[in-house]
Design a protein around this ligand. Structure first.
Ligand SMILES: NC(=O)c1ccc[n+]([C@@H]2O[C@H](COP(=O)([O-])OP(=O)(O)OC[C@H]3O[C@@H](n4cnc5c(N)ncnc54)[C@H](OP(=O)(O)O)[C@@H]3O)[C@@H](O)[C@H]2O)c1
Length: 335
């Protein structure tokens, strides 16, 4: 029953050919920091139009030879065959997911209501590494098939406030975002998808019980559970991550380099469980890392995990340690 704890040690960029003493890296950021003060990268966003640059995605990074970019740009060319669609990529968890994908040289595509936010946060990026599409998940017509062309994985971190706020303006309520939006997104995804990771919440199975019923006064937990169930019944390979109360971020005034320096402070230890019993807090940095790790850990497919972070050292971006954490949490029949 006991959840296994690992601590989030400072991140080390992979592959790492040398041994690094973690003692010397105690104050290092979760993501390794590589200055992106590079060259004349082009960064554009598109409305829902087919993008020739994203087709045949698996081989693109090796085939492209761009003589206009200098050596540093060549080094930062995408090295992974993944193309990860991040939905809600400018939100608190989403911005850290995107920053980490960029840092790992994994290609990302963002689906955003406001593409300018991506420019503010992530600056000038090569379209090969970061693409932006305009869309609102509440509107099925926005979810044109071209958005999903070449996409291998999806991380969905959309959300709004649990209680009425300005973020509900224009009817962007939990019902519309966590239920209609997730349902629309999942319905539009191609069956070839390798994984969708949905960020949900602890407490979704107990929305009628105190104290969860208070949080659920406007339905946020109920609608998140409906979204989860739609994902589970979609036939797509999925992983659901249910965070506790989120800490660290959103980093509203950060740019990419500053985002990459964000740390989970003392709370780097990770607690993962199943069965919706976990109560507590979790750093958004830890949630972002869990989403990215789940993409590559096969046995997390079809699983639902609750996640917290507490004081102590953590798994950083060590996939073996994340495997142990996810494995130790597994229960026969998660709710
Ligand atoms: N806050 C907590 O303590 C807590 C606890 C447990 C779980 N969660 C859940 O964890 C997830 C991540 O939370 P967070 O606080 O990091 O998120 P956040 O900062 O609220 O970001 C939400 C993202 O969703 C996008 N979004 C909202 N409505 C959209 C729509 N109709 N179409 C497309 N995109 C839309 C937002 O973009 P715009 O800029 O366009 O609005 C934003 O990028 C959310 O699902 C949240 O409910 C939160």
């Amino acid at each position: 029953m006991a959840s296994t704890r690992f601590t989030l040690s400072p991140a080390i960029d992979l592959p790492l050919p040398i041994k690094v003493s973690t003692a010397s890296l105690q104050s290092a950021p979760l993501f390794s920091f590589r200055p992106l003060n590079s060259p004349p990268f082009r960064y554009t966003w598109k409305r829902n139009v087919a993008a020739a640059s994203v087709s045949g995605s698996n081989a693109v990074s090796e085939q492209v030879v761009d003589t206009t970019q200098d050596a540093q740009a060549t080094i930062s060319r995408p090295s992974s065959s993944k193309l990860v669609l991040v939905v809600g990529g400018t939100g608190g968890v989403g911005q850290l997911v995107v920053a980490s994908l960029l840092d790992r040289n994994i290609r990302a595509r963002l689906l955003l209501r406001n593409p300018e936010k991506a420019t503010t946060l992530f600056g000038e990026q090569d379209e090969e590494k970061l693409q932006v599409r305009l869309g609102d998940t509440r509107n099925p017509k926005d979810l044109d098939p071209s958005i999903f062309e070449g996409v291998t994985h999806v991380i969905c971190c959309t959300g709004t406030t649990a209680f009425p706020s300005r973020r509900w303006d224009g009817d962007n309520t939990p019902e519309r975002v966590d239920w209609d939006g997730v349902r629309n997104l999942v319905s539009a995804l191609p069956s070839s998808l390798k994984r969708i990771v949905l960020v949900s919440s602890v407490g979704v199975t107990k929305f009628n019980e105190l104290p969860w019923s208070i949080m659920n006064l406007f339905g946020v937990l109920k609608y998140k559970k409906m979204g989860e169930d739609f994902v589970r019944n979609s036939g797509l390979p999925y992983t659901i991550i249910r965070p506790g109360r989120l800490t660290d971020g959103p980093y509203t005034s950060y740019d990419l380099n500053t985002l990459l320096k964000a740390t989970a402070g003392e709370r780097r230890a990770v607690v993962i469980d199943q069965g919706d019993k976990l109560v507590g807090e979790v750093s958004r940095l830890v949630v972002a890392e869990a989403c990215i790790q789940a993409l590559d850990i096969n046995f997390t497919e079809g699983q639902i995990y609750e996640i917290n972070s507490v004081e102590g050292e953590g798994p950083g971006n060590d996939t073996r340690k994340w495997e142990e954490l996810f494995k130790a949490a597994e229960k026969p029949l998660p709710l």
